[in-house]
Design a protein around this ligand. Structure first.
Ligand code: ATP
Length: 885
């Protein structure tokens, strides 16, 4: 067992080197031999399985029953048609499902974890799946352990193993430990297990098991696929679908009942009723939402956003509060030291020389984990800025460490806001350097170093230092202080001697200002949350237009004094939260949520996970974010940029709009079909549509434009409206009236077209136009076929026109850009051509029982079918008048 062996023995057993790791060639060979470091997932569905699953639907069973009845009654053509429709439906369903699945799969790969390993002596970042036994993995806070490791080096390393042991308190790890006998995994403190995460400190380990051989791989139940939950909208649509389904069935049953009482042909009516039921029951609603969401998610990758959880897309559109970290998200995270302060004097960094104050220079350069060796820049920008300050004086960390190696340390964490390293020189002199937030460090200083002399710190000194720091902060500089402790190797952060300050600039991202403004127009508040000092934060917040007065700022200390209820009361006036710890973020999220706001919160560190989970939308940083933060987030920004959140919200709004448009379109179309059939039958007329017509319309002229609406580019004014109420139904704001109105209009057009031909015959024969007369006329099979062709064509084509208006039901057709949705143009063209084909191609006219139409008839029917566009203009005009009142 590896935990019973010394590091040296494990390395030689696995033919690897602790210093250099494996070579690339060796790693490649091992990868081929052992396979990728992945857990075997549930196999995804094959195309055939997807196809078969389309057939497992109540509606399809009903259709099969209808086909069986038709065969029994020798109506073989009807049966064949029904089966073809079922087949086409299943194929379309399968294609859509596999498209959605492929989009989601691609996303999964995008957000899959990576690992830092030593290969051929260099530290490189590789996909975790490419790890092999013998690789040396570098660990730091926030990393998820990518395989089972025997730790080779540990510096204050703590690992949270709850994924494996259920124990949520992080475990202290030690590379030196060697177990005597068999030990449970909870006590193997020289091992790090796959899927657990580093919560503190750093270390290295050699990969001993990968993939299914890891401890987590052995626990089969843990790998069982997380069930894919429906999004809130999908759930609501499912419920709506059920209600509408019942309504449709009642109407269809009533229609069938009336037809039986009227003594119509039972079989024909049964099949028509079934077809209508199939067309009217909106069984595809949830599927449409899934497709639109999945396609939307793919589109969001283009704006640098990886959506990890599907419901996030929906919620994004309703966001009303955007809480953002300052450093790196609102700012560029390109730090440069501009000012220094020591011995009571502030000066420009350019005026600084190494001999001015060696302790000051050594401290900021040595108490540092960044590296600029070999022309690379690795590490935290704050620390890189300090190394850059060193290089102005030709001093490097590596050079200094050669003389004063590090013997102890306490890593930086954003709750403590301090970092300490202890160094020993050749003469065994021990010096401990602590750097960190000025206000926090100053409280721990009892002495001060002035002009080479250490004296007791006085009120005066403290005032001077605070004023100097305040000056820097007001110029938006981040201030870091340095303290020392001599002859103490315990890395204690108490009783320090104050040395000096540095002030570094981190310019705001130029595009962030515009995004803050856009959010303001969209009724969304931007909130800055930062570990930085209040003055620095406010200076940047002012520059970005987030806040304009100090009364809008609050600090972590003030939050500590407050209860959740107290914060809830004042939170709506606050814009900047300074000097906060990650723990405060949950409180902030809760406070905004208590007012019903939909809150998005950004985060990158290990401790940010709870607030990312508490927010409605947790946003993790793709570049600086830790694995833990990414794992807890709903969404990852691949460029860490605040403006990306704005683009994502706009996309989210657009996607919600598209779902709404598609659903309202499909429902109004279905409603129109049901009403026209029901009215005709109830009035004692022949059926205006044959069963195949209904199924065809459902399949072609409904679903093609429906899908095109789903991928509609977002309106240019989408960010001008207030955020949507997340509880708002799809039918809110007149959506229901709109659907019913359009349903009736389509029904009226269809019925009008249906009776047109008999009416013409009546007038030609000089008879008066009565219901009885029309009824009689329709008993003539030729006239009936003609009338049905009219009704069928009008219904089909009017849906196509209706869809064009549906793209924006608040805008005149003349103000829309019809070329921007190519799918809609294609859907329209294909829909129209197919509709022409089924009445004009001789073989198809037989199947569809249609008659060929003259050019004039086509012209007239298209004019009628265009009425939805006229209606669109009238409705838009009315809305405008009401709005302006
Ligand atoms: P954000 O604005 O995203 O919250 P931040 O960098 O301001 O990020 P933290 O990283 O938590 O927030 O830093 C909080 C404070 O700790 C900083 O204002 C600074 O004073 C101090 N600090 C930051 N980095 C270091 C470091 N590497 N060593 C010592 N102190 C640091």
């Amino acid at each position: 067992m590896y935990y019973q062996k010394k590091v040296k023995d494990v390395c030689s057993q696995l033919n690897s080197s602790e210093q250099n790791g494996l070579t690339q060639e060796e790693a490649k060979k091992r990868l081929e031999q052992d396979g990728p470091n992945t857990l075997v997932e549930k196999k995804s569905k094959t195309k055939l399985q997807m196809f078969l699953s389309q057939l497992q639907d109540t509606m399809i069973y009903i259709l099969f029953a209808a086909a069986a009845i038709s065969i029994m009654l020798d109506e073989v053509t009807d049966a064949i048609i029904i089966l073809i429709v079922v087949l086409l439906n299943a194929i379309i369903g399968m294609v859509q499902e596999s498209k959605a699945e492929a989009a989601l799969e691609a996303l999964k790969n995008l957000s899959s974890p990576s690992a830092m390993v030593k290969r051929g002596g260099k530290i490189v970042e590789i996909p975790a799946s490419e790890l092999v036994k013998g690789d040396i993995v570098v660990l730091e806070a926030g990393r998820i352990i990518p395989a089972d490791l025997r730790l080779t080096q540990t510096v204050n390393l703590k690992i949270e193993e709850s994924a494996l042991t259920g124990e949520s308190v992080p475990v202290d790890k030690s590379a030196e430990y060697v177990a005597e006998g068999d030990t449970g995994i909870g006590d193997q403190i020289n091992m790090a297990f796959s899927s657990t995460s580093v919560s503190y400190g750093r270390g290295e380990g050699i990969v001993v098991y990968t993939g299914m051989d890891t401890e987590i791989g052995k626990i089969a139940t843990m790998i069982s696929e997380a069930t894919e939950e429906l999004t809130p909208l999908q759930k609501r649509l499912n419920d709506l679908g059920k209600v509408l389904g019942i309504v449709a069935i009642v109407i269809v049953a009533a229609m069938f009942g009336i037809a039986v009482l009227q003594g119509r042909d039972m079989v024909e009516m049964l099949i028509t009723a079934i077809s209508l039921a199939v067309a009217a029951i909106p069984e595809g609603l949830t599927a449409v939402v899934t497709i639109v969401l999945a396609l939307g998610v793919t589109r969001m990758v283009r704006v640098n956003t990886i959506v990890r959880k599907l419901p996030a897309v929906e919620t994004l559109g309703a966001v009303s509060i955007v809480c953002s970290d300052k450093t790196g998200t609102l700012t560029q995270n390109k730090m440069t030291v501009l000012k220094v302060y020591f011995d009571g004097i502030s000066k420009d960094v350019k005026e600084l020389s190494y001999d001015d104050n060696k302790v000051f220079n050594n401290g900021f350069i040595l108490c540092n984990d960044a590296s600029t060796a070999n022309n690379s820049r690795i590490g935290d920008p704050t620390e890189l800025a300090l190394l850059d300050m060193g290089s102005l004086m030709n001093v490097t960390r590596e050079g200094l460490e050669g003389q004063m190696p590090r013997i102890n340390e306490l890593s930086f964490d954003s709750a403590r806001k301090l970092m300490t390293t202890v160094h020993k020189d050749n003469n065994n002199n021990v010096m401990s350097y602590t750097k960190g937030a000025m206000d926090i460090l100053l409280k721990r200083c009892s002495r001060i170093l002035i002009n080479g002399e250490t004296i007791k710190i006085t009120e005066n000194h403290i005032n001077e230092i605070t004023t100097a720091a305040g000056e820097m902060a007001k110029q938006a500089l981040r201030v870091l202080a340095l303290g020392i402790k001599e002859n103490d190797d315990s890395a204690s952060e108490e009783d320090l001697t104050f040395v000096g300050l540095v002030g570094m600039i981190d310019p705001p991202r130029p595009e962030a200002k515009n995004s803050v403004l856009e959010f303001k127009n969209a009724g969304i508040k931007t909130i800055m949350i930062t570990g930085d000092h209040k003055d620095t934060a406010l200076a940047i917040a002012k520059e970005l237009g987030i806040a304009d007065s100090e009364s809008q700022c609050i600090t972590g200390n003030e939050l500590n004094e407050m209860s959740q209820e107290e914060l809830n009361k004042i939170v709506n006036n606050l814009r900047v939260f300074a000097r906060v710890s990650p723990e405060h973020k949950v409180m902030i999220v809760k406070a905004f949520k208590s007012h019903g706001s939909i809150v998005s919160m950004t985060g990158d560190g290990v401790n940010d996970a709870p607030s990312l989970k508490a927010a409605d939308i947790g946003v993790a940083m793709g570049i600086t974010g830790t694995d833990v933060a990414k794992g807890a987030a709903d969404m990852v920004l691949t460029d860490d940029n605040f403006s990306t959140i704005e683009k994502a919200v706009a996309e989210g709004r657009g996607i919600y709009q598209n779902i709404k448009k598609t659903v309202l379109f499909l429902l109004s179309s279905n409603f129109g079909e049901v009403i026209s059939m029901f009215t005709a039958i109830a009035a004692g007329l022949a059926s205006p549509l044959q069963s195949i017509h209904i199924l065809w319309i459902n399949l072609i002229t409904d679903s093609l434009p429906g899908l095109a609406l789903g991928v509609d580019p977002k309106d240019s004014d989408i960010m001008d409206a207030k955020p949507r109420d997340p509880k708002e139904s799809l039918f809110a704001n007149g959506g229901l009236i709109f659907t019913v109105y359009n349903g009736f209009m389509i029904a009226a057009l269809t019925l009008g077209a249906f009776i047109w031909s008999p009416v013409q015959h009546l007038t030609a024969a000089g008879q008066s136009v009565t219901l009885e007369g029309i009824k009689l006329m329709l008993q003539d099979p030729d006239i009936l076929m003609h009338a049905q062709t009219y009704a069928f064509t009008t219904l089909g084509v009017s849906q196509l026109f209706h869809a064009i208006g549906m793209r924006n039901y608040n805008k005149s057709l003349f103000k829309m850009n019809h070329l921007e949705n190519k799918s809609m143009l294609l859907a329209f063209a294909v829909g129209l051509l197919l509709q022409i084909a089924v009445t004009e191609i001789p073989f198809l006219t037989v199947v569809f029982e249609t008659v060929r139409l003259s050019l004039k008839e086509w012209f007239n029917l298209i004019l009628i079918a265009m009425i939805p566009l006229l209606s669109h203009e009238i409705v838009v005009g009315f809305k405008k008048i009401i709005r302006n009142k």
